[in-house]
Design a protein around this ligand. Sequence first.
Ligand code: ZN
Length: 617
Amino acid sequence: MRFIIYFIACIALALSSCKNENNPSQSEKVRNMIAASKLAQDAHSYSRPNEIRVKHLTWNARVDFDKKIIEATAIYELQHLAPADEVVLDVKALNITSVQVDDIEVKYAVSEEKPFIGASLTIPVKRDSKQIAISYNTTEGAEALLWMEGEQPFLFTQSQAVLARTWIPCQDSPGVRITYDATVKVSPGLMALMSATNPTEKTVDGVYHFKMDQPISTYLMALAVGDVSFRSLGNRTGVYATKDLIDVSAKEFEDMQAMLEAAEKLYGPYAWGRYDVLVLPAAFPFGGMENPRLTFATPTILAGDKSLVSLIAHELAHSWSGNLVTNSTWDDFWLNEGFTVYFEERIMEEVYGREYSEMLALLNKQDLERSVEEISAINADDTKLKLTLVNRNPDDGMTDIAYNKGYFFLRLCEEQVGREKWDDFLKKYFSEHAFQVMDTERFLDYLRKNLASERIEEKVNIEEWVYKPGIPSNIPIVNSNRMELAKSSATKFAQNGDTKAIRWSEWSYQEKVAFLTNMPAPNLMQIKQLDKSFSISSTKNNEVLFAWLDLAIITEYKEAYPQLEEFLIRVGRRKFVAPLYERLISTNQKDIAKEIYQKARPNYHSVTINTIDEMIK
Ligand SMILES: [Zn+2]
């Protein structure tokens, strides 16, 4: 997942590439390998996967846009790993209508709901029971789902971290992997897509079939329904989008196949067959979500000049870090995201060159420094890589720390041992742990053992990076003359007010963001002058627009407020909207924040709502 929240906050695989997708013996081998692994206790799941683990899901569902519910039956095959008389699943806000064990109806129990984690569904089983079937429907409280009304009805899910249980009863812990097949009925005229094999054409009857043969964690369960079409971008890549966005999306993502090939060159074969991207409505709360085979992406990255496609590199990189080797619990989230930002940078370097990727790295560093400062003011422990999220919403751990502190830690390792040895290490790590879970301690053991000859321990200061708050002093230096020049232009402009020396039209978006976010004590006069000279308000790049709107709030540049309002109502991406509301509040403009939020809230996903509600109490 990519969002870099600012405040609140291969691979030589066991399965290699699409060719093996339909090879049941391979899949079976992987499944057995996974079953053998004992899982850590997860504070965010009621399930007891070391006793009985669910193995394969058959999901039959009907999507009802009128009632805004999904009616479904979830049938699981069971795997008995230790003697137990009941199987426990996670549920939240589900209306369960019946439960069967091997086709016989049984009495089940649903516990009282707790904050964040919901309730347990306990089903009595025999020691040789093979299958459970749960019939249910989702309710208004299904936090994973966003139903969009209007001319273009659209439904999408966001399951990470613990929201899969709000639309499918499941053992909702990252360590539990399932394969699945699904049949989904939607209104004719709409297409259904999942994190699985997908259709490329609409069916006449609105019935779609899906298959995911490789075991995935439940936070990667995903469904989208809308009037979308498909465009191929290469032999293994393509894009889905609504009619108005399909052409621009296909153009924007035309390097996707090259990115996939660059990633494979670095980390070994891509394990999941196809890599497609679905462009969602702007209400999507994140930049992207790495649902296997089908990344869900925000349309806010469609800049018209491919300048924001690093997000695609990020989600693609998750095909290795996260989807293949998965964080054991949400306390180890940095293993998913730190590696992914590191891979993202490497893919960008491979496709667009080092100068370009260093400009991205510099923005990462800037974001990290600001986040550490802000998070430290509330709870310095949240700036450690390894987190303790018991009794908390795992979403609290999804900050810049996991992403960018994780990235710089891994980059430091690379710099200290040398790229060649580091790449060999990474390939080995991913091949040996494919389709498994990993926790921080096991990873560090592996790192120390495999790179002992490189004296990794003394060169990197691992303990400080992983278990201490803040940013260690040996953080890698990012070399980018262009970014430094952009930053110094901001200082010069503050001194002399001369816009002629600013090379705005020649700058990359990163340089523009570096300029805007490094203006010392910006004032209204300067902002007016900049807008007059460079028409920044009309930029098509949402990263630049975001930095610009932030300055508009700081300086109370009211000419930009209609645009600010339009942006906050149309876009639900939390990375953008949360800091803008926060800025309005911290600059004594809470009334404006409240007024806009009232109009915008119905368009936001629960992930964004939870954050903003907390701010605007
Ligand atoms: Zn991510």
